[in-house]
Write a protein that binds this ligand. Structure first.
Ligand code: NDP
Ligand code: GDR
Length: 356
């Protein structure tokens, strides 16, 4: 019989890649989505129209802040595997909405674990989407499973609770509950307000003459950026391991936001030249002198995470996990896809007679 998986956060970037992967592997996939006044299933609509007619993909309304709905859904589905990906996942936003972030990102996973316990889902395996933000101000680089945590945001602090409650339910009740401590992973379907996608979209719009300039915050932050597709595979591998455990997934290489900008603009033939320093720093087209990047302190965070670089040796050794896509291929894929998207939109506007 096909394995049954439940994915919370199925409408997000990782949810979409994971749902696709599990369907390919023959799973029956259930996803929890939030009620929204507008369409929020753009990343998974292609999966709902099942080309093979097997009807193995199902959506359920729910919310990480609504315990009774979660219990009802779990009781109905009784999944073999639960991937808890739902979260208010924006670090900057968590400073504006700390209480909601804690409710969804910390108490949310507790609600799921309690539901599993109450419903006696003894054979069910649980994956918690933990994050490199747990390391925050870590003293050591690179960071691995033994590196002490020091979160720097309400998001990081909420995820810290989620990490430990997952470990606690494993130790206290013998549940198969594992953490994936994932470093930043991106893709052409990354949320538009995360820095990589913000840059790739702006580069495409500037190329098409639709945007004048890109405003950013801290250009010096260093991140270990991988491709979401590789990390979705790692999540699945973590739950297939013979014992529950915690694993870092990372590429092992970090780059600055500044470098991401340079590579993204290079993809459309622009060499960036940096002028000035601090909040006065600007990025220019070296050929024309035109200013393309400016700093807006509104994007600074009350506390920043300066350097994230992961060591995924344990996952490589025990799971055989490897990342396939490197930094430059990731940037190229994101910029190219955003250029294609904008061109398609422009074509559609012309086709339907919208005057530009
Ligand atoms: P996204 O922000 O793209 O997706 C988050 C998902 O959670 C969306 O489906 C969203 O729904 C849903 N969601 C948000 N709040 C609630 C709620 N209260 N109840 C139910 N669903 C909710 O994140 P990613 O896909 O990038 O990340 C997936 C998970 O992995 C998150 O938990 C994130 O914190 C974590 N993570 C991500 C990393 C990354 O680099 N991408 C790295 C490490 C960890 P909607 O579509 O309606 O907004
Ligand atoms: P992060 O991702 O905070 O690492 O969290 P984000 O892309 O938001 O920021 C990365 C770095 O870029 C700097 N930055 C900006 N960030 C944004 N969003 N917008 C800007 O204009 C900008 N300018 C500079 C930030 O200060 C930061 O240093 C992501 C999320 O997916 C989390 O859910 C996940 O847990 C972690 O990655 C690992």
């Amino acid at each position: 019989m096909a394995k049954r998986a439940l994915i919370t956060g199925v409408t997000g970037q990782d949810g979409a890649y994971l749902a696709e992967l599990l369907l390919e592997k023959g799973y029956e996939v259930h996803g929890i989505k939030r009620r929204s006044s507008s369409f929020n299933t753009g990343r998974i609509d292609h999966l709902s129209i099942d080309p093979h007619g097997t009807g193995r993909f199902h959506l359920h309304y729910g919310d990480m802040t609504d315990g009774s709905a979660l219990i009802r859904t779990l009781a109905e589905i009784r999944p073999d595997e639960i991937y808890n990906l739902a979260a208010q996942s924006h670090v900057r936003v968590s400073f504006e909405m700390p209480e909601y972030t804690a409710n969804a990102d910390a108490i949310g996973p507790l609600r799921l674990l309690e539901a599993m316990r109450l419903l006696k889902l003894d054979g069910t395996r649980f994956y918690q989407a933990s994050t490199s933000e747990l390391y925050g101000k870590a003293a050591e680089v690179p960071q691995n499973e033994a590196t002490p945590f020091h979160p720097r945001s309400p998001y990081g602090a909420a995820k810290l609770y989620a990490y430990w409650i997952t470990v606690n339910y494993r130790e206290a009740y013998g549940m198969f509950a594992s953490n994936g401590i994932l470093f930043n992973h991106e893709s052409p379907i990354r949320g538009e307000t995360f820095v990589t996608r913000k840059i790739s979209r702006a580069v495409a719009a500037i190329r098409m003459g639709l945007q004048e300039r890109l405003y950013l915050g801290n250009l010096d932050a260093l991140r270990d950026w991988g491709h979401a597709r590789d990390y979705a595979l790692g999540m699945w591998q973590i739950l297939q391991h013979d014992a529950p455990d915690d694993f870092v997934l990372a590429t092992g290489v970090s780059h600055s936001v500044r470098e991401f900008c340079e590579l993204a603009f290079a993809r459309i033939g622009i060499t960036l030249e940096w002028r000035g320093a601090g909040v006065e720093e600007t990025g220019h087209d070296a050929a024309s002198g035109r200013c393309l990047i400016q700093i807006d302190p509104v994007y600074f965070r009350p506390a920043e995470v300066d350097v994230l670089q992961g060591d995924a040796a344990k996952a490589r050794k025990l799971l055989g996990w490897r990342h396939e896509t490197g930094f430059s291929d990731l940037v190229a894929e994101m910029v190219d896809q955003d250029c294609r998207l904008l061109e398609t939109e422009r074509l559609a506007r012309r086709t339907y007679g919208v005057v530009e």
